[in-house]
Design a protein around this ligand. Structure first.
Ligand code: NAP
Ligand code: G4F
Length: 330
């Protein structure tokens, strides 16, 4: 039974990845940081099947000690300060966790067992003010936020440890991926949640920022499969993972409100608080390498993703059990 260790297990991707790894017969160790409140909502249904260890990317000792104790075959580094606006309020913390945290984990691997494979959760935010369309593994980076800058560091330190110490360290450059488990602060979930509340008479308006920003949005359940596939290759590499389609926040609103018979123009309020100091206007992937080398393709189309998220939030507010799809992996 292979052992996988996942940082960021309590996050959106951590929960889907844990399901995938369990279905594949892995022993799963999840790293969670100490909190005064419950943060395991997304993995509540998995707690009997996984082992949770306490650790924090700030703390080198904690990383060394859990690697020594479990000596995993694969480490998936999903932990990060991942919300872009927060990175302007807490730029140093974002750099410490999202950038330097990667070095701490790579150093722990180097000291404990350099044969441990590592996946680094890199981001399309690194492309920022894009210099070519669509974006590939070869597209130069132009980050537009402290978060994007930190992820560029995380990407290059991963490549550097691969080249310096021959560590099997892969960088997955993932475009935006969403689900009913997405944090409520991200725009897709903010919209699906807002639509559900407005439809059920619990709210009237939804305050949003830039409706013209375009993203390449896919389903998170599909993207964790790409992470695993990257770790099964003969050689470590960098891979762009996305749908190859781009849609605006406005289009997301149109579909989400339209799905429940509402017009977004009657409810969406433009609010300066949600505009950013520097915006990423357009992201769209060229996932050809992931298609040809990993055999990976997304399974869910954009309108179905939007509807699934709205259905889940409607079910939540109606008091029904939220639909959090548990994927069946072969
Ligand atoms: P998420 O839901 O925000 O989860 C982030 C996770 O990191 C949480 O488990 C969080 O723990 C943990 N964390 C934060 N600071 C930590 C620290 N100092 N030490 C240890 N753990 C810490 O993010 P996600 O959407 O699942 O994304 C997973 C990873 O992929 C992130 O690195 C993100 O930057 C990257 N990424 C995401 C996307 C996307 O569209 N989702 C695209 C590209 C890249 P708590 O629960 O305690 O807060
Ligand atoms: O949903 P968002 O906050 O995601 P963003 O900034 O693209 O970052 C996400 O995807 C990255 C991959 O590219 C990840 F690396 C990162 O960790 C995170 O998961 O914002 C999407 C767009 C932005 O252009 C923003 O300006 O939506 C626009 N937007 C408009 N109104 C809003 C809002 N975003 C948020 N969060 N809230 C709004 O009210």
């Amino acid at each position: 039974m292979p052992t996988a260790l996942v940082t960021g297990i309590t996050g959106q991707d951590g929960s889907y990845l844990a399901e995938l790894l369990l279905a594949k017969g892995y022993k799963v160790i999840g790293v969670a940081r100490r909190s005064s409140t419950v943060t395991s909502e997304r993995i509540m249904h998995l707690l009997d099947d996984i082992t949770i260890v306490q650790g924090d990317l700030h703390d080198q000792g904690s990383l060394l000690s859990f690697l020594e104790e479990y000596n995993p075959d694969e480490v998936y580094n999903l932990a990060a300060q991942s919300f872009v606006p927060t990175s302007w309020n807490q730029p140093a913390l974002t750099g410490d966790v999202t950038a330097l945290g990667v070095t701490r984990l790579l150093e722990a691997i180097r000291f404990v067992n350099p044969k441990i494979k590592m996946y680094q959760a890199s981001s399309s935010e690194m492309f920022g003010k894009v210099v070519e369309v669509p974006q590939t593994e070869a597209t130069p980076f132009y980050p537009r936020s402290p978060y994007g800058v930190a992820k560029v560091y995380g990407h290059w330190i991963t490549v550097n440890y691969r080249e310096s110490f021959n560590i099997f360290a892969v960088s997955g450059i993932l475009f935006n991926h969403e689900s009913p488990r997405r944090g409520l602060e991200f725009v897709t979930r903010k919209i699906s949640d807002g639509v559900a509340k407005i439809k059920l008479g619990l709210s009237k308006d939804l305050h949003l920022g830039n409706l013209e920003a375009r993203r390449d949005w896919g389903f998170a359940g599909d993207y964790v499969q790409a992470m695993w596939l990257m770790m099964q290759q003969d050689h470590p590499d960098n891979y762009v993972v996305g749908t190859g389609e781009t849609h605006s926040v406005r289009e997301f609103c149109e579909i989400a409100f339209g799905y429940v018979g509402l017009d977004y123009k009657d409810h969406v309020v433009k609010d300066d608080r949600f505009f950013r100091p520097a915006e990423v206007d357009l992201l769209v992937s060229d996932p050809s390498k992931a298609h040809s080398q990993l055999g990976w393709k997304p399974s869910m189309k954009f309108p179905d993703l939007v509807k699934m998220m709205v259905d889940s939030d409607l079910a939540h507010y109606k008091g029904e059990k939220a639909i959090t799809p548990r994927r069946v992996y072969g």
